[in-house]
Design a protein around this ligand. Structure first.
Ligand code: SAM
Length: 528
């Protein structure tokens, strides 16, 4: 007979076994998703120890040893930040808005702060220094610099990224932000009352609840799928079809407009007419706000909201495939799911979440100078551009100069940075500069793309050098599988003096392969 464990015992056993905190909710998740079987009734839930052993088999080896086998002995496990929970790696303002390609704040902190250890034998920045991030993205470097009292300049070619970065480090009158949110929420609630959408959704959710309970009971259904006792694809398709009759009737009864007439822009294509109307309504309410900071942060809330309301399946949230307008079988949740018909829920959730995050950060932050500039880092005149935004900071940069760079450049052919926020460009009307992105996904990873990447990165470093002190430290986080950084450094008159090799864990569910990135430490060629 195999040993049975309660959820608590299982979490204790797994924590010891893995040498990392496995909570009771982690175990509950395994049961919920049918990864281990539940034995016993509510209140006395138990699981079979052998199943847990099986589930965690290879876990440890897969992590440290296996990774070192694959990636080399010089892998610096400290930099995996394995011990941090998601809540810590997405703490306070770091999760104001989704952004693909963000680095974790603990990594930035490791290099910006004043500690040393067996890998980091010297410090690179101290309070009052200026750090530059020429590929600022969503502003992680700026936020961490702000916590440490280091002045920071970010640059990004995408205007929407700059908005996110600046919103993260801005100071707010939180009472005013709250008042504006309440005003807009109240108006939005009245606005949706006029349509039948809320009633329709309530009715639909009820029908879905009954249907899912009947055909996709938790956790038995997923367990059966895991054990291949049910052919998920066939069964899912069958039930999807069955539910469509109910769905279509409701759509008819409540006269729901599933499509917009025009299908040209992103906003036309990816939102139902109702959602689109609500977006427009909130957008117009935001235009009435006078204070610039308040207006910006509330725009970011709207953007985050509409990102969550795109007409996509849960499985395709990260990489959109085709807009959906009907209920569908969702492999991720193992039941029938529905697209969104109103933004109210996400608007309210994100409004509350944002105010909380701003308040949390307010407790931690210092008040250095900080600005994220929109521009092409190959050519931008940093002091001139800064002068327009913050003359005092521009003066400091001219006199004191920048101590160093901490940045993660785009990788070659991986992400289209403008496109990932296409909805925000449509809504806010920011000018797109896709053609100025270095290493975009759309240009691939061919020879030409690599050449142009090397040239682009070299130009960025050469441009930045004009503003750097003589004994600068440049730290670049990169996945250099094509070995381009030695050439980039040379082109920029720099030398690579050290390389920190860090394992990248906790990537997406689908992609759990061994993967590392390097933090290159560059200094002036022949310096000292
Ligand atoms: C890997 S991301 C940086 C992510 C950032 N470290 C973070 O935590 O959010 C690279 C960024 O470089 C920007 N970028 C690409 N080409 C650029 C250029 N020519 N000038 C300035 N920024 C550029 C992209 O828009 C993207 O936001």
């Amino acid at each position: 007979m195999s040993e049975l464990l309660s959820i608590k015992e299982a979490s204790q056993w797994a924590s010891e076994h893995l040498d990392k905190n496995v909570t009771t909710s982690n175990i509950a998740y395994l049961i919920q998703y049918g990864l281990v079987k539940k034995v016993g009734e509510n209140g006395s839930t138990q699981i079979i120890k052998e199943e847990l052993i099986e589930y965690y088999k290879d876990y440890k080896k897969f992590r440290q040893d296996n990774w070192k086998d694959q990636l080399g002995e010089d892998l610096n496990w400290t930099l995996s930040f394995d011990q941090y929970k998601e809540a810590e790696t997405t703490k306070h303002v770091h999760r104001l808005h989704p952004y693909k390609g963000k680095f974790i704040p603990q990594l930035v902190e490791y290099f910006l702060d004043g500690h040393t250890d067996k890998f980091k034998k010297e410090t690179y920045f101290k309070k009052g220094d200026i750090v530059l991030d020429p590929f600022a993205g969503s502003g992680t470097t700026m936020v961490q610099a702000c916590e440490l009292g280091i002045h920071s300049i970010g640059i990004d070619v995408s205007a929407f990224n700059t908005l996110i970065g600046n919103c993260k480090v801005a100071k707010y009158n939180l009472a005013e932000v709250q008042t504006e949110i309440e005003r807009i929420t109240k108006a939005l609630r009245l606005f949706v009352l006029d349509s039948h959408v809320i009633e329709f959704e309530e009715k639909l959710l009820r029908e879905l609840y009954l249907f899912n309970n009947k055909y996709f009971p938790v956790p038995e259904y997923k367990y059966k799928v895991k054990r291949r006792e049910i052919d998920e694809k066939k069964y899912g398709e069958e039930k999807e079809k069955l539910f469509l009759t109910i769905y279509n009737q409701l759509v008819k009864d409540y006269r729901i407009k599933l499509h917009q007439e025009s299908r040209v822009s992103f906003l036309d294509k990816w939102y139902s007419q109702h959602v689109r109307d609500e977006i427009q309504f909130v957008h117009e309410e935001i235009q009435k706000i006078k204070d610039k900071e308040t207006k910006n942060i509330i725009s970011v809330i709207l953007s985050r909201t509409i990102r969550s309301c795109r007409a996509t399946t849960h499985a395709d949230l990260a990489t959109l495939v085709e807009p959906i307008t009907a209920t569908y079988y969702c492999g991720k949740h193992g039941k029938m799911c529905k697209p969104l018909f109103s933004i109210v829920k996400w608007w309210e959730t994100y409004s509350k979440d944002t105010v909380q995050r701003l308040a949390d950060f307010d407790q931690l932050r210092k008040s250095p100078f900080q600005n994220c500039l929109t521009g092409d880092s190959r050519a931008i005149d940093i002091v001139d551009e800064l002068k327009k935004e913050n003359p005092e900071f521009a003066k400091l940069v001219s006199n004191q100069k920048i101590k160093g760079i901490f940045s993660s450049p785009p990788y070659v052919g991986l992400i289209d940075y403008h496109e990932q926020h296409a909805y925000a460009y449509d809504l806010f009307g920011f000018e797109r500069k896709d053609e100025l992105e270095i290493g975009p996904l759309s240009k691939g990873q061919g020879r030409e793309a690599k050449q142009s990447y090397i040239q682009g990165l070299s130009e960025v470093l050469n441009n930045a050098k004009k503003y750097l002190v003589d004994d600068y430290d440049v730290l670049l986080v990169a996945n250099d599988k094509y070995n381009m950084y030695p050439t980039i450094a040379e082109n920029a008159g720099m030398q690579i003096v050290n390389q920190y090799k860090r394992p990248v864990l906790n990537r997406t569910e689908k992609d759990k392969g061994a993967y590392s990135e390097i933090i290159f430490h560059l200094k002036k060629m022949n310096y000292g």
